[in-house]
Design a protein. Structure first.
Length: 616
């Protein structure tokens, strides 16, 4: 009995001790949970709380990406989605859409208790003075996420964790600290990065990259963007106190896609409706309706390019021939061919995978090839991007066009042609004297003329489908001049010229051209028109200074007769006017004898047979 009582006493004492230990253990666990929660509050944002507080807008579309994300999260191993796409394509929005689905309960049962935390890398790095501080914070976050059932860590710009927190003497960064937890499967993580950063940094860490399942996020189409804008416009209407019309929403998607380059839909379209709403809020009368005109004005302010509708573009095309014939003389057939091709392109009857126009202008120097391209850009309201191809005669000059390969000098600067077109997609690209360019550049142009795009050194597809591509050449001019009779357009045998063209350009290059336009030699009647054009430009320059100018007709005839050169075209006329007239006027203006309010008369002095001037 004594032995038995000792056992009972021992048992009773043991239970008391176990009770005390359980209380201590519960207290410790409670303290650990509070500590973990404090860590997550310090370095992460609880997106579920943001969604419950209505701080996350509704997400329209992206059903495939969301379903793919849920599918990956349900995996047993390597259940970590990684969004890869251009900036502004909507990677973070997809995560917000997942959060909304979790809150609504429209996910599988396994994920309904999920809590998504967004890592704040700035707060994580702030105040890490001593070695070990950063590592300790990362480990505490990983421990807190692992300890909380259903917790998912979201890292935006995930490429930044590679190298974050490391020193010159250590390779221990945030990426390496995440690998063990990812390998064990105790940490679920969602990442987002761009194509460039994925290939340049993230993908190089093979051990980290293989733990994630890549999801490509493509740019939204114009129609998808319209649906997105219609779905989220109530958020901006409530904020700005305005109403967006259907035409405004459609214009925001279409015109932002057309005029704002270097950015991605739907991000740029959302920015347009946001800024248009802010602009209407600033007006004194506080207009409540945002229409398509407000959208156009907003895009014009952002891009500094006049924003026109399709109807306005068609009006410009209708008047194009008349406008060109006012400033380009003696090249009626060339103008007609060019205008007809542009009409076909603008009417929507062209191949959309090619530039609007691929033309090669041939003819002697000074007959208006370059000038026609300039006036075309002016009449169509487009930018002119001009390249003198005599600067690209060497093989290494190809890198100047599309950019240097990785590891070479100039890689970070990009290519001159690709960057120019990327920033100005509605332009006239003029390649002067294309026959002087290296054959490798001709091969690059094959891809542009055939498919309407080219891949730059960063791997981006540069769109040329809205470009008017014009190339000029003097090839075959010598053979043409040998067989020409007089000044007429049709009075020469073009077979020899065509043979020279085939020698200079490859058959596949010639076959991709829409048309080869031959420019006529200039006769005396045309020269007189050109002289008059230069004289009228001089009068406008003087009128801006408040000086009235009268040029007699005999002066024009004299300039045409002296300055005309069949071999050199119209360029000597401009030089002759500078020598005979502008040099004298410059001297008089500088000496204050020709000032505002004075009258200038330019006439022919019969006795001296030269141009004279009279200032009153």
């Amino acid at each position: 009995m004594k032995y038995s009582s000792n056992i009972d006493e021992y048992t009773t004492n043991r239970k008391v001790k176990l009770g005390k230990n359980n209380d201590v253990s519960a207290a410790v666990n409670k303290g650990e949970l509070l500590k973990d929660e404090k860590v997550l509050q310090s370095y992460c944002k609880n997106l579920n709380d943001y969604a419950r507080s209505k701080k996350i807008d509704c997400v329209i579309g992206r059903d495939y990406e969301l379903n793919r994300t849920i599918e990956i999260l349900l995996r047993r191993r390597k259940n970590n989605p990684l969004y890869v796409g251009d900036p502004g394509v909507g990677k973070t929005t997809i995560v917000e859409g997942l959060v909304l689905k979790v809150i609504e309960g429209s996910v599988p049962n396994v994920l309904r208790s999920s809590v998504i935390y967004a890592l704040d890398l700035g707060s994580l790095l702030a105040g890490t003075r001593y070695r070990g501080d950063f590592e300790e914070r990362i480990k505490s976050i990983i421990k807190a996420i692992e300890a909380k059932p259903g917790a998912i860590l979201f890292i935006d710009e995930i490429h930044t964790i590679i190298g974050a927190g490391s020193t010159s003497s250590s390779f221990l960064d945030a990426g390496n600290l995440l690998k063990p937890a990812l390998a064990r499967g105790t940490l679920r993580c969602i990442g987002a990065t761009t194509y460039r950063e994925y290939s340049s940094s993230f993908e190089k860490d093979k051990a980290l990259a293989r733990r994630f399942q890549k999801i490509n996020v493509q740019e939204s189409s114009v129609n998808e963007t319209i649906k997105i804008l219609n779905g989220i416009k109530h958020c901006y209407e409530g904020y700005h106190g305005v109403y967006y019309t259907k035409h405004a929403i459609k214009s925001a998607a279409e015109l932002s896609h057309k005029y704002i380059t270097g950015r991605i839909l739907p991000d740029k379209a959302v920015d347009i409706i946001d800024e248009a709403g802010a602009y209407c809020k600033l007006l004194r009368n506080r207009r409540k309706i945002v229409n398509s005109r407000d959208i156009k004005n907003t895009i014009t302010r952002i891009t500094n390019v006049p924003c026109r509708s399709e109807l306005e573009d068609m009006q410009r095309v209708k008047a194009l021939r008349e406008n060109l014939e006012k400033v380009i003389f003696g090249q009626e057939q060339a103008i007609e061919s060019l205008v007809n091709s542009i009409k076909i392109a603008k009417s929507g009857l062209r191949n959309y995978n090619k530039p609007l126009v691929n033309y090669l202008f041939t003819g002697p120097t000074g007959v208006g090839k370059t000038e026609l391209a300039k006036q075309l850009a002016k009449s169509m309201g487009m930018n002119l991007i001009r390249f003198d191809m005599s600067e690209y005669m060497e093989s290494h000059s190809i890198s100047r066009i599309i950019g240097s390969p990785p590891g070479y000098v100039g890689y970070d600067h990009g290519g001159l042609l690709t960057e120019s077109v990327s920033n100005n997609q509605y332009s006239v690209v003029l390649l002067d004297e294309i026959e002087k360019a290296h054959s490798g550049i001709h091969n690059i142009l094959l891809q542009i003329m055939d498919y309407g795009c080219v891949t730059d050194t960063y791997g981006r597809k540069i769109n040329f489908s809205n470009i008017i591509l014009i190339m000029t050449t003097n090839a075959g001019v010598f053979e043409r001049s040998k067989n020409s009779i007089g000044f007429g357009y049709k009075n020469f045998n073009i077979s020899d010229s065509e043979k020279v063209m085939e020698q200079v350009f490859s058959p596949e290059f010639c076959n991709r051209l829409d048309e080869v336009i031959s420019f006529s030699d200039l006769n005396m009647d045309v020269i007189l028109h050109i002289v008059d054009k230069f004289v009228q430009e001089l009068k406008k320059q003087l009128a801006q200074k408040g000086i009235s100018c009268l040029v007699e007709g005999k002066v024009n005839s004299y300039l045409a007769q002296i300055g005309y050169s069949k071999k050199m075209g119209a360029r000597p006329i401009e030089r002759l006017i500078e020598k005979e007239i502008k040099s004298y006027l410059a001297e008089e203006i500088l000496n204050r004898r020709l000032i505002k309010g004075r009258n200038l008369r330019v006439y022919m002095n019969r006795q001296k047979d030269k141009i004279s001037f009279d200032i009153t």
